[in-house]
Write a protein that binds this ligand. Structure first.
Ligand code: AMP
Ligand code: GLY
Length: 416
């Protein structure tokens, strides 16, 4: 199949690795990709957020499936433009992508569909925000309404900090004050063709920068899959109480969700609650879900894009476990220092079970350099979490990046 993958992160590298592993002779192009992706497939420098540019390219190059990695092209309407040209695209149109692009929209859909989520108030001015902050009490949860690249949410006991965050986002659009939800977090991905859903294997993401869940929220510092502690029937419960009602509500509103419904969940004492939806594969969770996928990915994504998931069996996963640890630049997440050399990848990748998904890398005079905050996603599979963890951390010891930071406790809680 001729496939175009949009995006430039570790998630897209992991998607491409899974497609290549099928050994099906796919002709894959990535736009714009990164240095690691460029070693695997041809990359082109088109603007992935421009609907006309992407759909023209797909048409002119006889692309048979477009896979949209990040949220920005979805919110910009890239999937709509490609679909209008009659080309299958894995990713929702602009309207359905509001499930991620607007927390107010997501709350309304959940409300209409009866999906369990935290109580939230959209505050139009600071007085209303403060009133909601004091009504919900500490810990305070303040969220930007729109896309914020992982920086929109503040969870804090500090009332002044909560108010300052609310004030900032009021000046940059709108914001929500939400009830604090306490419990384990789960990321569950579901393929959707607009009507039917198929679940992938659950994963857990580590959002905070430092060990012990200290420090600021980030885009994600590591992940593992599967989650051996999940209660029996968890996935079925989420399909019935979250995914299907949401997909049906969007279909009813004539904005079908075709793509990856990412359910960000918290298991509270009172039951499972949605904390957020995303309209695309999660990063870094994809890096631990896809290496365990046994069913060919291209067939699943094409079936979703073509409205043909109904009747398909659930995707199968290996019994192996997977762990990923993100190597980030000094200064991440506030002001990452870029341009530094990254070395030792060949030694790291020679370790059994280890692979590296590039996130923000480029070649400069033949040397690999970091170009952003999250630089690499080091992945290891193993028979159990002890084995996968020892492999992933051995690999990280082999990699050099001045000032590089990574968490040392990823998947520690599930290792024997
Ligand atoms: P989000 O971008 O909405 O996924 O939020 C980022 C992170 O903030 C989540 O993964 C949670 O760790 C935390 N968070 C978000 N909403 C809540 C909430 N209502 N209660 C507790 N923690 C939350
Ligand atoms: N890992 C969180 C996200 O992809 O949004």
């Amino acid at each position: 199949m001729r496939i175009l993958v949009l995006g430039s992160g570790a998630r897209e590298h992991a998607i491409i690795t899974a497609l290549l592993r099928e050994d099906a002779g796919h002709e894959i192009t990535a736009a714009p990709g990164n240095a690691g992706i460029a070693l695997a497939v041809p990359v082109i420098h088109l603007d992935p957020e421009n609907p006309e540019v992407v759909s023209d390219f797909a048409l002119q190059n006889d692309i048979e499936l477009v896979i949209v990695g990040p949220e920005a092209p979805l919110v910009a309407g890239v999937a709509d433009a490609v679909r209008r040209r009659g080309i299958p695209v894995f990713g929702p149109g602009k309207a359905a992508a509001q499930l991620e692009g607007s927390k107010t929209f997501a709350k309304r859909i959940m409300d209409e569909a009866g999906v369990p989520t935290g109580r939230a108030v959209r505050a139009g001015d600071l007085a209303a925000a403060i009133a909601a902050i004091d009504e919900f009490g500490s810990p305070y949860v303040i969220k930007a309404d729109g896309l914020a690249a992982g920086k929109g949410v503040l969870v804090t006991d500090d009332r002044e900090a909560a108010i300052a965050h609310a004030e900032f986002w009021l000046g940059h659009g709108s914001m929500l004050v939400e009830e604090f939800l306490d419990g384990q977090e789960v990321s569950l991905f579901l393929l959707s063709d607009g009507h039917n859903v198929l679940p992938l294997s659950p994963a857990q993401d580590y959002k905070r920068l430092a060990d012990g869940d200290e420090g600021p929220n980030t885009g994600g510092m590591g992940a593992y899959s599967p989650l051996p502690w999940l209660p029996d029937g968890f996935v079925d419960e989420v399909i019935d109480s979250v995914a299907l009602p949401t997909v049906r509500q969007l279909a009813k509103e004539q904005t079908p969700f075709i793509g990856l419904l990412y359910c960000g969940l918290i298991i509270t004492k009172a039951g499972t609650r949605v904390i957020e939806f995303n309209a695309r594969f999660g990063d870094p969770e994809t890096q631990v879900v896809l290496p365990r996928l046994l069913t060919p990915l291209s067939g699943l994504l094409l079936a979703a894009a073509s409205g043909e998931l109904g009747g398909l069996p659930r995707p199968e996963f290996s019994d192996d476990v997977a762990v990923t640890v993100v190597l980030a630049s000094e200064g991440y997440p506030e002001t990452p220092i870029t341009g530094r050399l990254v070395t030792g990848l060949a030694t790291a990748e020679a370790i059994h079970g280890v692979s590296i998904a590039h996130a923000a890398t480029a070649l400069s005079d033949g040397a690999l350099v970091a170009t952003g905050g999250r630089v690499l996603s080091v992945v290891a599979t193993g028979a159990d979490f002890t084995e996968a963890r020892s492999r992933v951390y051995l690999a990280l010891e082999a990699i050099e990046l001045d000032g590089g930071q990574y968490r040392t406790d990823i998947a520690a809680r599930v290792a024997q």
